[in-house]
Each structure stands twice: as structure tokens, then as C-alpha cells.
Design a protein around this ligand. Structure first.
Ligand SMILES: O=C(O)/C=C/C(=O)CC(=O)C(=O)O
Length: 252
């Protein structure tokens, strides 16, 4: 997908802009805002910020590994990440957005120092699937855009950049087609796109951001128009799925 330098630079630019938007919202939350519920069950907005910060740390770890060929210290596993998110969420309001900014700045710094060939080095996501280092940029944009909506602080799926919706929807529908998710046809008229997903199931239509919001568990199915019985749509699987065809699972 992103073999060439200009495409990598474009995605790095998208990540930088997503980070700036996210931090602008985070900075405005204040203590009460950070302790308030997010759009994710059981998480406050503070948890969302801490999760984004620790995810950025994980991306830095992956890029350093790709750049140097050596693991830059111990890797946080899922349990350590969960503990770190709880600790981060408890930080005072004066510290938590600053902590998130430091992690995203470290990520931007790491992106800026990656030599061209290192972007093609294969790394492994904590979830166990492999991808070239450049795909960390896509994961970072997705993480920021999705969790920005999860802050439930005014940023909506309609605010997602068109370029993000275009590639994330494409990738999501390819993964759903590969697992036989029962949607016959998906139309995002605002993107001028239709996808044939499966031999069976309803055809659905909605703006691209509504479709992506529904498939990623952020938008109610009621906002998607199906051609079958009203209100009956299949339930999307956990999101995101690894990219298809992707680069396969980690060896061993
Ligand atoms: O792959 C890792 O080491 C960790 C990634 C994250 O924690 C962030 C995500 O949830 C993601 O990028 O999917």
C-alpha cells in the first residue's frame, strides 16, 4: 500500500494532524472533564488519554526496533498496558494531557528519524500479526481518530478526515469480506464507492463515516439504511481486524 516515500510522508502528516486535533480536545477537558465518562464502557476520558499515550509508547518501541534491529528495552504486554492505563487515568488533570503530548511528541520524533529502508522492516503487533513498520503510521491515525470520538467531547465521526475514512473503510470491508460477514453490498455514496462483501445478507447504504462508525462499534446501526427488514443488520465483529491479505501471523 505505502511503498513509496511520498505515501509514507502523507501518512506521517495525517498522524501529526490527528495528534494535534486530539491534544487540542484533551487540553480543554480540565479535571472534571477528565474524570467524566468517555464513550467507552467503564473508561473515563482520562483512561482514553492514558491509553492513547501508552499506545504511542508502543509505536515508538516498534519503530525503534525497526530502525536499530534491537529491542529498545522490555516490551509492555497486555497486562502491563492495562496497569499503565489505570495509573495514567489517575494522574492529576494538570499532568495527564502533558503526559499524552510527550508520548505523541516522542512518536513524531521517532517518525522523523526513520531512515527510508527501515519503514519496510517487519514488526509484530502485540496482538500477534506482522506488518511493515510503515503500517504503524496507519495504526496511529486509526487509534487517534477513533479514540478522539471516544472522548465524547464534541468530536464526531462526521469530523473524521475523508482520507482516514476512505482507507479505514476499505481495509475494514476487505477484512469483513475475508471472514464472510453477511453484508451483500455496502455503498458510501459520498465517497462514490460500492463494495460487494458477501453472497448473502442485506445491502446497506450510508455516508462513509457512518458506515465506518457502525463497523467500528461507534455509531448505532439505526443510522445505516438496509434493504432488508427494518432494523435488522448483522452485528459487526470486534474491531479492528488485522489487515487482509496482510502479512501473516508472527512466526512460532
Ligand atoms: O502493538 C503494540 O505493541 C501495542 C499497540 C497498542 O496498544 C495500540 C493498539 O491498540 C493498536 O494499535 O491496535
Amino acid at each position: 500500500m505505502f511503498g513509496r516515500r511520498s505515501a509514507i510522508e502523507d501518512m506521517a502528516g495525517q498522524a501529526a494532524r490527528s495528534a494535534a486535533r486530539f491534544l487540542r480536545t484533551a487540553d480543554a477537558l480540565g479535571d472534571a472533564g477528565l474524570r467524566s465518562p468517555s464513550g467507552l464502557a467503564t473508561w473515563t476520558r482520562g483512561h482514553v488519554l492514558a491509553h492513547v499515550a501508552r499506545s504511542a509508547d508502543a509505536y515508538v518501541w516498534l519503530l525503534r526496533l525497526a530502525r536499530t534491529g534491537t529491542e529498545p528495552g522490555p516490551r509492555a504486554d497486555a497486562a502491563a498496558m492495562a496497569r499503565a492505563v489505570e495509573e495514567g487515568a489517575a494522574l492529576p488533570a494538570a499532568e495527564l494531557p502533558a503526559d499524552t503530548r510527550r508520548s505523541l511528541d516522542r512518536f513524531a520524533g521517532e517518525v522523523g528519524t526513520m531512515p527510508g529502508p527501515a519503514w519496510d522492516t517487519m514488526v509484530t503487533a502485540l496482538a500477534g500479526w506482522r506488518h511493515p513498520a510503515w503500517y504503524v503510521l496507519c495504526r496511529c491515525v486509526r487509534e487517534l481518530e477513533t479514540h478522539h470520538v471516544d472522548l465524547a467531547a464534541g468530536y464526531r465521526t462526521a469530523d473524521w478526515p475523508e482520507a482516514y475514512v476512505a482507507w479505514a473503510l476499505e481495509e475494514t470491508l476487505a477484512a469483513l469480506a475475508a471472514r464472510g460477514f453477511p453484508l451483500s453490498r455496502v455503498t458510501a455514496a459520498d465517497h462514490g464507492r460500492t463494495w460487494e462483501v458477501s453472497p448473502e445478507g442485506p445491502a446497506v447504504t450510508a455516508p462513509g463515516h457512518v458506515l465506518l462508525g457502525w463497523l467500528s462499534g461507534r455509531t448505532p446501526a439505526a443510522r445505516v439504511i438496509g434493504d432488508g427488514e427494518p432494523g435488522i443488520l448483522p452485528v459487526p465483529p470486534p474491531w479492528p481486524q488485522p489487515p487482509v491479505p496482510g502479512w501473516g501471523p508472527a512466526a512460532g
